[in-house]
Design a protein around this ligand. Structure first.
Ligand code: FAD
Ligand code: SF4
Ligand code: SF4
Length: 470
């Protein structure tokens, strides 16, 4: 068979076709179409099969990218899927939502001069083909092991750990306070980035593999942490980070100021067909409103793009630095710009003011000063340069902190770091309590899906090592 590789000189980098912005604003569907077989083959064939593949080095899962690109270029998609899934539990999800420009693709060597290989979307094509072709089946462990693991949190960290442990034959039960598994994959990330069926088909197959899901089960309320500790041979805490960061001035109990996650969760629930009173009564929707989103990260981009799809009257994003210094993915900023969002750079909110049913917001203009310890330039307020923005809904998208886990679980012996994340031994992923492990955002702070998967996999391996010694 001829191997069609090293085609980067003749074949241009292409992404799958993107729906035009006027069309995509009409719904919440994914904005990209999928590659067809030929398009994926051509894009995979651009890879130059580097001896030291920097793409792989910069993928948190160390995916064997050159191998599955080669197999895809040769139309050997079933083998490509075997390779892709051996290091990644959810390759199609990462292929859609990893910020590839900062990870694999941003480090592809042919980026210099010829533009990187479209790694993420080929990964998605391979795995979507695996789903369509029936290659993805429930797990049948080689033997059943009479030990059980309780996992608190069904986000990507919890799900990846569950799958890895079930593969080995352990009994696995997952507890989540929400009514559906998936964590932020279901309730945080909007449908136009990741369609929900992609998460639901994964959780369905995990159920069919024998993993038990307890939804609407809030550890610390429904049952105590201690109850689970006694029930299982080991526990994994994968509860994510959910406490919204605030501004350093008062909200004065004004209505019309909401947190990003409340806004996004409500919208996702509505999209899933739920009855959502906060949406229907107007508290948590942006229909026909002047919306101001504060923040410049990926969550802020998800909010502005959700608001514009909900038919807001206007949507403004306030960010205290400039475009070049935004913390999120440039790809997402570009999509937001295409969708008509108004960006107000170098703008710092200083006060909220209640005016009848509106909340107006005083904004100071800033200039960027010297870099701080992290290298990011510090915004400095310019005197006498303020204005007031009229808003009906203000969405705070300033990042997240962890909840107080020792308090939530009534377990003062669980140690936390200065940032409130759970303290673990990074060699074993065990917390300060024997037999209790932790993974994902609750250890790293707000991060990425691909890192949560990596942590979940590492925690599963550590739990296995711990249990075979017990
Ligand atoms: P989570 O996904 O947060 O899951 C934790 C689960 O624990 C939740 O289901 C929660 O209900 C449950 N839980 C918490 N406390 C309890 C309790 N006491 N009892 C029972 N269950 C509990 N990353 C990307 O890579 N790409 C993106 O495009 C992207 N977009 C994002 C958009 C938004 C709006 C947000 C907020 C995040 C985004 N992220 C993105 C980050 C990514 O979603 C997270 O890093 C990832 O989901 C963390 O996984 P996790 O499993 O640690 O936690
Ligand atoms: Fe790239 Fe993410 Fe896939 Fe790794 S998991 S290859 S970083 S898209
Ligand atoms: Fe292929 Fe780029 Fe990875 Fe090299 S760095 S192996 S060209 S994808």
């Amino acid at each position: 068979m001829t191997t069609k590789l090293l085609q980067f000189v003749n074949q241009k980098r292409e992404m799958p076709k993107k729906r035009g912005s006027s069309l995509r604003l009409k719904d919440f569907d994914e904005i990209y179409k999928n590659f067809n077989k030929l398009e994926a083959k051509k894009q995979a064939g651009r890879c130059s099969q580097c001896g030291v593949p920097f793409c792989q080095v910069h993928c948190p899962l160390q995916n064997n990218i050159p191998d599955w690109l080669k197999l895809a270029a040769e139309n050997r998609l079933e083998e490509a899927y075997e390779v892709a899934q051996s290091t990644n539990n959810f390759p199609e999800i990462c292929g859609s939502i990893c910020p590839q420009d900062r990870l694999c693709e941003g480090n592809c060597v042919i980026e210099k001069g010829f533009e990187s290989v479209t790694i993420g979307r080929v990964e998605k094509h391979i795995t979507d083909t695996a789903w369509k072709s029936g290659w993805i089946k429930p797990l049948i462990p080689p033997k059943e092991i009479n030990k059980s693991i309780g996992i608190i949190g069904s986000g990507p960290a919890g799900l990846a750990a569950a799958e890895q442990l079930r593969k080995k034959g352990y009994k696995v039960e997952i507890y989540d306070r929400y009514d559906r598994p998936g964590g932020l994959l279901i309730y945080g990330i909007p449908n136009f980035k990741l369609e929900k069926y992609a998460v639901q088909r994964r959780t369905k197959i995990l159920k069919e593999s024998g993993i038990v899901f307890h939804n609407n089960f809030e550890v610390g309320k429904t049952k105590s942490f201690d109850f689970l500790k006694k029930k299982h041979d080991a526990l994994l805490i994968a509860t994510g980070v959910y406490k919204a960061k605030g501004l350093d001035f008062s909200e004065e109990n004004l209505t019309g100021i909401v947190s990003a996650l409340d806004f996004l969760i409500t919208n996702n629930k509505k999209g899933l067909g739920d009855n959502v009173p906060e949406f229907d009564n107007g508290k948590l929707n942006s229909i026909n409103k002047n919306v101001v989103v504060i923040g410049g990260g990926d969550t802020a981009m998800d909010c502005v793009r959700t608001a514009v799809r909900q038919n807001a009257k206007s949507v403004t994003c306030l960010y205290r630095r400039n475009r070049e210094n935004m913390p999120g993915s440039m790809r997402e900023v570009f999509h937001a710009e295409e969708e008509g969002i108004n960006f107000s750079w170098l703008s710092l909110p200083t006060k909220f003011k209640g005016v009848n049913s509106h909340v107006d917001i005083d904004v100071a203009e800033v200039a960027l000063g010297k870099p701080d310890a992290s290298g990011r330039m510090i915004p400095k307020i310019l005197l006498n340069k303020t204005h007031t923005l009229k808003a009906d809904l203000i969405i705070k998208a300033l990042g997240f902190n962890p909840e107080n886990i020792p308090k939530m679980f009534n377990e003062p012996k669980l140690k936390v770091t200065n940032w409130g994340t759970l303290k673990i031994d990074h060699n074993t992923m065990m917390s300060s309590k024997a037999g209790v492990f932790a993974a994902g955002d609750i250890v790293r702070g707000a991060s990425l899906v691909v890192w949560a998967i990596k942590d979940g996999r590492d925690a599963a391996e550590s739990i296995h090592k711990y249990l075979i010694k017990c």
